[in-house]
Design a protein around this ligand. Sequence first.
Ligand code: GDP
Ligand code: MN
Length: 403
Amino acid sequence: MRTATTPVLGAARLNIHEYQAKQILAKFGVPVPEGEVASTPDEARSIADRYGGPVVVKAQVLVGGRGKAGGVKLARDRQEAYDRATDILGMSIKGITVRKVLVARAVDIKRELYLGAILDRASKAITLMASAEGGVEIEEVARVAPEKILRVQANPFLGLADYQARELAFALGIERTRVRDFVGIAKALYAAMIASDGSLFEINPLAVLGDGSIVALDAKLVLDDSALYRHPELEALRDTAEEEPAEVAARAAGLSYVRLSGNIGCVVNGAGLAMATMDVVKLHGGDPANFLDIGGGARADRVSAALRILFGDPQVRVVLFNIFGGITRCDEVASGIVSALREAGDSVAGVPIVVRLVGTNEAEGRRILADAGLIAVSGMDEAASAAVAALTKSTRQPGGIVR
Ligand code: GDP
Ligand code: MN
């Protein structure tokens, strides 16, 4: 069943920078222009110096539309490379400060195409998408002219077949003598997608140059967090400077946490129960501030870490615990709540806490809470409606989203 809060699970993922995604593509045989990363204008100038010709200076931030925002600039020589890097470094694109630029050899573009591999859950296959309308955001093409996006589904056992890649090449109007190159690129993209357990691997634009050759000018790779344990080399590329600080802290504490826009902080054990909790909160007219799964068998320290993260969010005005003790012991959770509250002190004095606690060691858990002046309820509905009602009792001022 699709519910109001279902899409949040898709938020657990890792994005890496363009230059890193291009390195992966290059390893699989996709031609990319030579380039290096600089974090100062001086470095940018010396890279341009080495290349000796025109370069393109590109902001390395994990957002799309850098070109439109002024984050991609052509430089004819070393001095211009220095000047453009000066402009772009430190600039803010969609709220993110640019700290690094890619300085790459500039190329002479004849056509800009789109080529992407997505994990299509509906067809349970990796789908290659291509469009002759490259360079612009594909979501925009999908919206105004969906017929301009071509799709082929790779067989999960056989992979992407040559004939499928050729079909795309012909539909894109690739020159006869370059079809073989295009097929090589499409198959390499597919192989890179499989090897990295990507959920999206996109080349936009895939450029046809003046001499007819085909190169990847931009690349975006989104990795599924659930597969990251198989890829320590990719996890190492995570740029925590661009992630939500609370999400970084949550990951360090072993919690799965996704921040949302509401004001009722939820602490739940189990992903399914966490989703259900958010739905029940919505049903009662409330708005969850987050998805948070503290996991099975969570001990007191993990519960405290969870509370610290929620209290750190200025939007949170009420905290709702929904604990079903199986492997997780209710007394451990209760101790965690009590110690986190003690530690937080006055800063959370005005935040009502609602606890639903059932299962293993429930009586002991309730006793620990009662000693600290907290009362646990046993029904989920009851807990959710109590949390929504408690909003009027919260003396914490509502805060906006801070980044
Ligand atoms: P995005 O705006 O974040 O998607 O960044 P892109 O890397 O896709 O660059 C945006 C646009 O800049 C591309 O669509 C190209 O038109 C242009 N561009 C990027 N690299 C080069 C290059 O090497 N040479 C030239 N002439 N244009 C480039
Ligand atoms: Mn692009």
